[in-house]
Design a protein around this ligand. Structure first.
Ligand code: NDP
Length: 263
């Protein structure tokens, strides 16, 4: 029996154990996936070996610390500074980031006619998603409420704005990657700005999942195709599972079982 877990704080809300256990049992793998509340991220490596894990996922707030816990980190995860998937081979830990590719897969299944994308927020998710989207050929702009976090995006050559210096123009897709609306009723940007953006957009996505956020509700007023973060969550999980089982099962087979966690 192989053991896997998700590390986070908090972690009790995580859907990952349900998703992965459905796929393990559906595909006949002898494995158990649990959740681990980890308060001190610097203990991740120690706890990983104590629990004799074969692999793990990592959620807020330990994705940066997870990168430091690994012996080898894949080039994309290193470029965005965050690891959400760890696989053990022998005594070595290998780190990956499947969040951003999960977002890209969700987007490609959702809307085909997108070229320009405005990402609201400049946190860890925005960082991973923006780099992946640009690599995939999209024209990406970042809008954040404050200047501080925009610095690293500027260094990477992204067009960046804070609310103060932003002038609304047309973007095909508006993405909320902030935590506004997660535990409050906040919109991710001033309402007048969002109304102008959404009324000219082709689609919108909120990466928060399982909840009709104020941003999603506002988008629906403009008859836009809108989507929450459930598919991103599903696909980052499928991609992590592929790494756990060394691609012994196809993407579609894993997706078939994991999807049942969302019914
Ligand atoms: P971070 O804490 O790294 O970044 C938060 C960002 O949100 C910052 O840019 C911050 O702006 C902005 N922000 C926070 N509150 C507000 C507000 N009231 N108004 C405007 N901007 C605000 O978060 P992450 O990037 O790690 O996560 C963001 C969200 O993505 C979370 O809600 C999380 O649940 C979700 N998520 C979903 C995933 C999925 O699979 N679907 C995967 C990963 C994350 P400032 O710089 O000004 O503070």
């Amino acid at each position: 029996m192989k053991n896997y877990t998700i590390f986070g704080n908090p972690v009790s809300h995580s859907k990952s154990p349900c998703m992965h256990n459905l796929a393990f049992s559906g595909l006949g793998e002898e494995a158990l996936y649990t959740r681990t509340l980890l308060e001190d991220g610097t203990k991740l490596r120690e706890v990983f070996f104590e629990k004799n894990l074969s692999g793990a996922n990592v959620t807020v707030p330990h994705k940066e610390e997870a990168l430091r816990a690994c012996d080898e980190v894949d080039s994309f995860a290193r470029s965005v500074g965050a690891v959400n998937t760890i696989v053990r081979h022998g005594d070595k830990l290998y780190g990956y980031n499947t969040d951003a590719l999960g977002f890209l897969k969700a987007l490609q299944k959702f809307e085909k006619d997108i070229q320009t994308i405005l990402i609201l927020g400049a946190g860890g998710s925005a960082k991973a998603i923006s780099v992946m989207l640009r690599e995939a050929g999209y024209d990406v702009t970042i809008l954040n409420r404050s200047e501080g976090r925009l610095e690293s995006f500027k260094e990477q050559g992204f067009k960046t704005y804070s609310f103060e210096d932003f002038t609304v123009t047309q973007y095909d897709l508006i993405v909320n990657s902030t935590s506004a609306g997660l535990e409050d009723d906040a919109l991710p940007a001033p309402k007048a700005m969002l109304v102008e953006l959404l009324s000219n957009a082709k689609a919108s996505i909120d990466i928060i999942y399982g909840k009709a956020t104020p941003f999603l509700k506002l988008s629906q007023n403009y008859n836009l195709p809108t989507k929450d973060g459930s598919d991103m969550l599903l696909y980052q999980g499928v991609l992590a599972f592929e790494l756990f089982v060394d691609k012994r099962h196809s993407f579609e087979a894993i997706e078939k079982y994991m999807k049942r966690a969302f019914i």
